[in-house]
Design a protein around this ligand. Structure first.
Ligand code: FAD
Length: 519
């Protein structure tokens, strides 16, 4: 059990709610939870299982001990909790937790209260939670909702959000606090560029509706704002017509600059209504390291793929998708032919699948189910996600993919690399990117046992140090812990606004302490 002597005095009283604590401890405080609104008292949870779940995340690297979990049954409850904290001489910290799919403690607090956002969903209909309500051009979604449910609800009306993350069991509030990127981002922007309006409970406890026209400083601050200014309780997200099916292609390259040149060519046609543009462009590496995951490819092709990887050490793969439906099914093959015409992939190393739109979007969930059965899901994930300026991506390939990852004797795991168009991002928002027209997301998505965790963490540091040494101006996505100076550097020109917005909306610095920006 947690040692309550290290908790702030204000919260010691919380411990006596449904846990064992010396009552005198509670009575000796000048302020008491007995003065707190009833909704706070009745919604606090301290059972060991809930506390233990909230003290870890998908990363399984950081562990923090919250004092209690708050299960809000309405957005008003969240507001009351935040106001109560602010009313105390020493406010306690509050961490919203969507799905806890962060990898570095971002949704945790060591000495405060975790708000379990999933609880909001349970009372939908009479509690101020938005649930999921689909309109003609947009959907109103509670911040606690997960994207797979948004997909299902919108598909029922023949509609869909335009842009996604690779994995859909993430909360809307969680991805909008970062950016929300995937293969659709180069054409349709990150998820934060597709938000029309938000309801936010600020760090002062006020419920504010905001958009680019109304309370825009809060709107822009919250999108990509790492949970620092308020808790998103509703997001209005743009919709378009949903396709039925997709052509899903993978093209192989043995030369990095040919690969990235073709990727950049593919994302150069990116108008939202452009019929000749791909709907999704990503990329990944196949490294000559076990285990080689060839599950996408026909069995008959797997031996020749294996020998290609053995021959070159690294194979670069473009992943390309074109949507279609009943109206376009007669010319989809021609459209695919037009798209790949002129691309310089290795002849005959082009593979295609035809699948439903839903199955494609939900693809990572199938991997999740397989990994879960092998016990490979709830183990450490020392991930590193970085944005690399387009002008330096070849240096990154030489120095990191070939110079570090391929040479070291630890399995890289899934390595994703694809370019994004900066014009699709709104620079007024908090999300940070390199200052170049084209930049790449590089995601090193490792899964490991505790025995190799340190080796991966050391490799991550080596990669960051390499970029620093050779002057590649990367920006971290889903940033890991940083010192104050590193955060200031991370936000660059945006830091002044970020700090000011914090002072305006969360002056006591109580929200999302797990990001370690202001504490
Ligand atoms: P949490 O981990 O619960 O929270 C993340 C941060 O947001 C915390 O600081 C938290 O306090 C804050 N927060 C949570 N809810 C709210 C809210 N309602 N209002 C304000 N702040 C809030 N990201 C991508 O962009 N693209 C991908 O393709 C992608 N794939 C992924 C695949 C997997 C398997 C996993 C585990 C993660 C992936 N991610 C991806 C990263 C993911 O988007 C982030 O980790 C995101 O924060 C997870 O959402 P969550 O609901 O679990 O957030």
């Amino acid at each position: 059990m947690a040692n309550y002597f290290i908790f702030p005095k204000t919260l010691i009283i919380l411990l006596c709610l449904n846990s064992v604590v010396h009552p005198i401890e509670a009575l000796s405080q000048p302020w008491s939870l007995l003065d707190a609104p009833k909704e706070i008292l009745q919604n606090l949870i301290r059972d060991p299982l809930s506390l233990s779940l909230a003290s870890t995340d998908f990363g399984h690297i950081i562990h923090q001990n919250p004092v209690a979990i708050f299960a809000p049954s309405s957005t008003k409850d969240i507001s009351k909790l935040i106001k109560f904290s602010n009313s105390l001489p020493i406010p306690f910290t509050i961490a919203a937790r969507g799905q806890g799919h962060s990898v570095n403690g971002q949704s945790m607090t060591n000495d405060g209260v975790v708000v379990n956002m999933t609880e909001l969903n349970k009372g939908f209909g009479n509690n101020g939670s938005s649930g999921i309500v689909v309109f003609d051009n947009f959907v109103d979604v509670g911040g606690e909702q997960i994207w797979i449910d948004v997909l299902h609800a919108t598909l029922e009306k023949g509609l869909t959000p335009l842009t996604w993350t690779d994995y859909l069991y993430l909360s809307v509030g969680g991805t909008l606090s970062n950016a929300g990127i995937s293969g659709q981002t180069s054409r349709f922007g990150p998820q934060i560029s597709n938000v029309l309006e938000l309801d936010v409970v600020t760090g002062k406890g006020n419920l504010v509706t905001c958009s680019t026209k109304k309370n825009s400083e809060l709107f822009n601050g919250v999108l990509g704002g790492l949970g620092q200014f308020g808790i998103i309780t509703r997001a209005r997200i743009a919709l378009g017509p949903a396709p039925k099916r997709v052509k899903w292609l993978r093209l192989f390259y043995n030369d990095f600059s040919t690969f990235s040149g073709d990727q950049e060519h593919l994302i150069s046609v990116n108008g939202i209504n452009e019929t000749n543009a791909p709907n999704y462009v990503e990329g990944m590496l196949l490294l000559n390291q076990p285990p080689l995951d060839l599950s996408f490819y026909p069995q008959i092709d797997q031996p020749r793929i294996t020998s290609l990887v053995t021959q070159f050490g690294i194979i670069y793969i473009i992943e390309l998708v074109k949507y279609y439906d009943d109206n376009s099914k007669d010319h989809i093959d021609q459209e695919i032919e037009n798209l790949v015409q002129g691309l310089k992939f290795i002849p005959t190393f082009i593979f295609e699948k035809d699948t439903s739109y839903e199955e494609f979007l939900n693809r990572v969930h199938f991997d999740e189910l397989a990994l879960r059965t092998q016990g490979l899901w709830d183990i450490p994930h020392p991930w590193l996600n970085i944005f690399v300026p387009g002008s330096r991506i070849s240096d990154f390939d030489e120095g990191v993919f070939k110079g570090i990852i391929l040479k070291q004797n630890i399995t890289a795991g899934l390595v994703i690399v694809y370019p994004l168009n900066r014009t699709k991002w709104d620079d007024n928002m908090s999300a940070v990117t390199p200052n170049e027209e084209i930049f790449y997301i590089v995601s090193l998505l490792r899964t490991t046992g505790f025995d190799k965790l340190e080796a991966f963490q050391a490799q991550n540091q080596q990669i960051l140090q390499f970029c620093k040494d050779v002057g590649i101006g990367i920006k971290q996505y889903l940033p890991l812990n940083k010192s104050h100076e590193e955060w200031v550097e991370h936000f660059g020109l945006k830091w002044e606004t970020f700090e000011k917005t914090k002072a305006q909306f969360d002056p006591n610095k109580i929200l999302s302490p797990g990001q370690t920006i202001f504490n």
